[in-house]
Design a protein around this ligand. Structure first.
Ligand SMILES: NC(=O)C1=CN([C@@H]2O[C@H](COP(=O)(O)OP(=O)(O)OC[C@H]3O[C@@H](n4cnc5c(N)ncnc54)[C@H](O)[C@@H]3O)[C@@H](O)[C@H]2O)C=CC1
Ligand SMILES: O=C(O)C(=O)Cc1ccc(O)cc1
Length: 304
């Protein structure tokens, strides 16, 4: 057993999936949990989420060997400050936030001497949130990126890697700056585009009165699924990964204008060549075994 006691702070999709996955594998002795809202704590107790649900973050982290912050990115710093006095000496503090540079800046100042901060980000999720949305298979065969900070103890990093591997994930290490740029391309900007597209359709009330959903092809349906993601979480992502998302959005709008111009001028060759190139990228993703239509997406989508 890598950790005797693990504390989960924030009991939503990711924390509940960590719990069910850890239970499935018999990975930890005890998992304690804390959520800010009494309603979430009550739900967690009702569904058996965590071995013990505590009414304070202090109680949850007491004696924990690993504390995982599973709250929205914008709340990480305040939560780290709150738990600081109650951490076990030598404890590992990690997180699952979708942005890394800002989380490190917010959390690092609150890590006490002797404790180990090792940021992490599982690249797995659904559009659902809350304590009832998690499931044991969420991380199976998905990536989890570890983002060690300067001075991270390699032995502690190796333990956290083994923990995530036991949860089913494939683990890689990356620095924070690179992580935030990669995620801006692969996750953050695509989410913003989905939000925008659904917003545009909603503005055109004329067609949205049931027609948009009724006649929606797979493309728009995927957008509506993504645009149903948690507003707090995604607001925080864009507030904290500002630099990288603005960089990618700048490039995106340039390309969009180029395609817009090709449509206006009737440049079919440009469109054909562009779509041929992008088709090859999709095929490359599938050949590499990184198809985003992985089973856990289907499963979550099939729940509602
Ligand atoms: N949803 C997804 O697809 C993924 C999310 N993440 C990251 O994981 C983290 C958690 O996301 P989810 O589990 O999806 O969110 P969620 O919305 O399902 O759960 C968040 C939990 O944190 C609690 N919370 C919020 N503010 C708090 C505070 N100040 N103090 C204590 N508890 C607080 C909420 O009540 C809730 O229990 C976020 O940082 C997100 O960026 C990472 C990978 C995928
Ligand atoms: O639901 C989707 O489409 C996702 O892309 C899941 C996801 C959301 C946020 C992350 O930081 C990582 C994965």
């Amino acid at each position: 057993m890598i950790y005797n006691k693990v504390a989960l702070i924030g009991l939503g999709l990711i924390a509940s999936s960590i719990f069910w996955s850890a239970k499935r594998g018999g990975l930890v002795g005890q998992v304690s949990g804390y959520a800010r809202s009494a309603a979430t704590r009550d739900t967690a107790r009702r569904i058996g989420l965590c071995d013990v649900v505590c009414d304070t973050a202090a109680d949850a982290v007491a004696d924990a060997d690993l504390v995982i912050l599973c709250v929205p990115v914008g709340a990480m710093g305040a939560v780290a400050e709150e738990i600081r006095p109650f951490l076990k000496p030598g404890a590992v503090i990690s997180d699952v936030g979708s942005v890394k540079k800002a989380v490190i800046e917010a959390v690092q100042p609150h890590i006490p001497e002797g404790a180990h901060f090792i940021p992490a980000h599982p690249l797995a999720g659904t559009e659902h949130s809350g304590p009832e949305s998690g499931f044991a298979e969420l991380f199976d065969n998905r990536w989890c990126l570890l983002v060690p900070v300067e001075g991270s103890d390699p032995a502690k990093v190796a333990e956290l890697r083994a923990f995530w591997e036991a949860l089913g994930a494939n683990v890689e290490e990356m620095d924070a700056e690179h992580h935030d740029l990669v995620l801006a391309v692969t996750s953050h900007t695509p989410h913003l585009i989905a939000y925008t597209m659904v917003g545009v359709a909603d503005d055109l009330r004329r067609v949205t009165d049931s027609e948009v959903i009724k006649y929606s092809a797979a493309g728009f349906r995927d957008f509506t699924r993504i645009a149903a993601s948690d507003p707090t979480m995604w607001r925080d992502v864009f507030m904290t990964n500002k630099e990288a998302t603005l960089e990618i959005l700048g490039r995106f709008t340039e390309e969009l204008f180029a395609l817009q111009r090709a449509i206006r001028t009737g440049d079919g060759d440009l469109l054909f060549d562009y779509f041929t190139r992008t088709r090859a990228i999709r095929r490359g993703i599938i050949d590499a075994g990184q198809d985003t239509d992985a089973p856990n997406f289907g499963r979550a989508a099939g729940r509602k």
